[in-house]
Ligand binder design. Structure first.
Ligand code: ATP
Ligand code: MG
Length: 212
């Protein structure tokens, strides 16, 4: 099974890397693909350029076996819709391999605002991982709750043994780190100790990102 971690990675941080590490182990993934978005439909706050965000992901994952960079959203340009990315992945990988799109519980909660969200499960499984301060039991719209109930896997093995169509849920000891907090800390000249790999701190300094 291939895990896919989409995001703005503005910037990529230790919370993402720890999550990916844990998922490779817990789900015995063949690989986990980081897919930085070009232009996310829902985010209007300050975004570093796609080239900088891509370069940071590349630096962050370079020494991790099984972590891969997937540039397709940035190569495609335009608004980055997950459904388009999944269709493109299926053209490359065929319909038979098991694909698991990973979502923090914060992202899942808003899934029903995504373009063509009802069709996503035709192309992949969805795996919801808890995020600190965002417990699974947060409010879901009734339609999203129905979708979750209808497709909920009874075990994570179900995800591995079929190409798409299930929703899995996994509780991990996720790190309490977010890109928003990192951007705010850099802007306010506060420390980001422990939140970023050293080479990402260096990159942000050299390129003078997030400071104004
Ligand atoms: P921002 O604060 O700008 O939204 P972020 O830290 O949430 O940034 P994203 O690029 O939005 O990072 O996250 C990509 C994916 O990774 C999302 O599905 C998100 O829920 C998940 N994620 C981000 N940080 C963590 C974390 N610390 N633990 C678990 N999942 C995370
Ligand atoms: Mg986020």
């Amino acid at each position: 099974m291939i895990g896919i971690l989409g995001g703005t990675f503005n910037p990529v941080h230790n919370g993402h890397l720890y999550l990916a590490e844990r998922l490779i182990k817990e789900l015995d993934l063949d690989e986990i693909r980081f897919v930085p978005s070009f232009s996310p439909p829902h985010k209007s706050n300050y975004l570093a350029s796609p080239q900088d965000r891509l370069a940071m992901v590349q630096l962050a994952i370079q020494n991790h076996a099984g972590f891969k960079l997937d540039e397709r959203e940035i190569v495609r340009g335009g608004t980055s819709y997950t459904i388009d990315t999944l269709q493109s992945l299926r053209i490359d990988l065929g319909m038979k391999s098991s694909l698991c799109w990973i979502l923090g519980s914060d992202a899942f909660q808003h899934l029903d605002s995504w373009h063509c969200w009802r069709d996503l499960l035709e192309y992949c499984h969805l795996l919801i991982v808890n995020r600190p301060n965002n417990p699974f039991l947060g409010t879901l719209s009734s339609e999203l709750r129905r979708m979750k109930d209808r497709h909920l896997a009874s075990s994570l093995d179900q995800l591995k043994s079929s190409p798409s169509g299930f929703i899995g849920q996994l509780e991990i000891d996720a790190l309490d780190i977010s890109s928003t907090e990192i951007r705010n800390a850099i802007k306010a000249n506060r420390t980001t100790d422990g939140w970023l790999p050293p080479n990402i701190i260096d990159y942000i300094k050299t390129r003078n990102l997030y400071s104004s």
